[in-house]
Design a protein around this ligand. Structure first.
Ligand SMILES: [Fe+2]
Length: 381
């Protein structure tokens, strides 16, 4: 625990509870450290913190439309680089059919998020079917390949030099936000046995950015038994039961699903909107001063965003305030005004994957052509 200088004070007219009971006509901005865990001040502004009229320079909000990227190929090593820093990289892989080789990532644990498509994963530990909405973690050093039914679109998130972990569940206990017993592992089933053969197979490995190919006169996925706890795991967002409070908009950290090396992966899954008339219904404006925020939009209506559709990704680097788009903000306000205490909660159906990185990320040239250049201006009223 860092020994920050903390001494809460109050100035002017202020609410006593974050994200609730805001002084009339003000807009709250959270100015925090350590993601949503450190020292933090809530400022009540007269104008929306996203009310800028012009941006000049590279520190700005970015949006990219991955639907505009070409198909890649049947190896993850050709996936399109999107964002990277020293401990994390995010790539986009559009693949179809059957991989004719195995791959081993010898420097990173690999997290696959299946945006579209389905198929079968074969790895050292057996066979596992996959479908849209699955997260699959492959520990570094695993040999694996995919057989896709049609085309699959996959987000690849690498944790370099350290593996994925589950977050501390604290007050809510180990069975939130999904029970670890829901994590599926590969099986040594008939599908796995059927793919064993004595043909020539190649394993393409990557370490320190360099590739090495090793040839075997048999399929090295030939395991007949195993025991242990260093395994690939799978969980679908549909098995995630998001935390929520009817009286308080929980910060994104409440949706932390996995922790990588100096980054976190959070899942925004469908949930009811807050019901308390004086609680915020859209994400609060905030400056997440220690993390860059990448959000990939998977499906549903992205309730805090205007003009964002599935398959898009946004990057909000640390250093400036961001928050809901005007239309989303207005809709939430109007819904609030009409709401009776007996009304059923409004259901929010968005599914999105957020990757918050401690160090700033670089944007790969490969996705520049898909940028929605007007995004910084999309908060204009
Ligand atoms: Fe944010």
């Amino acid at each position: 625990m860092k020994n920050y200088i903390t001494f809460p004070r109050v100035a002017g007219t202020a609410s006593r509870q974050a994200h609730c009971d805001l002084p009339k006509g003000t807009f709250e901005r959270e100015f925090g450290r350590e993601g949503f865990f450190g020292p933090c001040t809530h400022l009540h502004h007269t104008h929306k913190p996203t009310g800028w009229v012009k941006w000049e320079g590279d520190l700005r909000p970015y949006a990219f439309d991955l639907n505009k990227l070409p198909n890649t190929s049947n190896t993850p090593w050709n996936a399109i680089p999107m964002f990277h820093n020293a401990t994390c990289s995010v790539r986009w892989w559009v693949t179809s059919g059957k991989m004719d080789h195995l791959v081993t990532n010898a420097e990173s644990d690999e997290l696959l998020f299946i945006h579209e498509g389905s198929g079968d994963l074969f790895c050292d530990f057996g066979h596992m079917a996959f479908t849209a909405g699955d997260y699959i973690i492959l520990p570094r050093g695993s040999k694996w390949r995919l057989e896709c039914k049609g085309t699959a679109q996959i987000l690849l998130i690498e944790s370099k030099y350290d593996g994925y972990r589950l977050p501390d569940k604290g007050l809510v206990g180990p069975h939130a936000i999904f029970d670890p017993a829901m994590l599926d592992v590969p099986e040594l089933n008939d599908a796995y046995k059927a793919q064993m053969d004595t043909k020539e197979w190649q394993v393409v490995m990557r370490r320190a950015g360099k590739f090495t190919t090793v040839t075997y006169p048999f399929n090295p996925l030939d395991v007949t038994g195993w025991h242990g706890d260093n395994l690939p795991v799978r969980i679908n967002w549909r098995d995630i039961r998001p935390l929520m409070s009817h009286r308080y908009h929980l910060p994104p950290s409440a949706h932390t699903t996995f922790i990588g090396n100096r980054f976190v992966v959070c899942t925004f899954a469908p949930r009811p909107a807050e019901m308390d008339p004086d609680a915020l219904k859209v994400p609060f404006y905030h400056s997440n001063n220690d993390f860059d925020e990448i959000i990939f939009y998977h499906m549903g209506q992205f309730f805090s965003r205007d003009n964002i559709h599935a398959g898009m990704v946004t990057l909000h680097p640390a250093g400036f305030s961001h928050g809901p788009h005007p239309k989303a903000f207005k809709l939430a306000e109007e819904a609030d005004a009409k709401r009776k205490p007996t009304d059923a909660p409004k259901m929010l159906d968005e599914v999105a994957v957020m990757i918050d990185t401690r160090e700033s990320v670089e944007i790969a040239d490969d996705i520049q052509s898909t940028e929605w250049a007007e995004y910084p201006q999309s908060w204009r009223e």
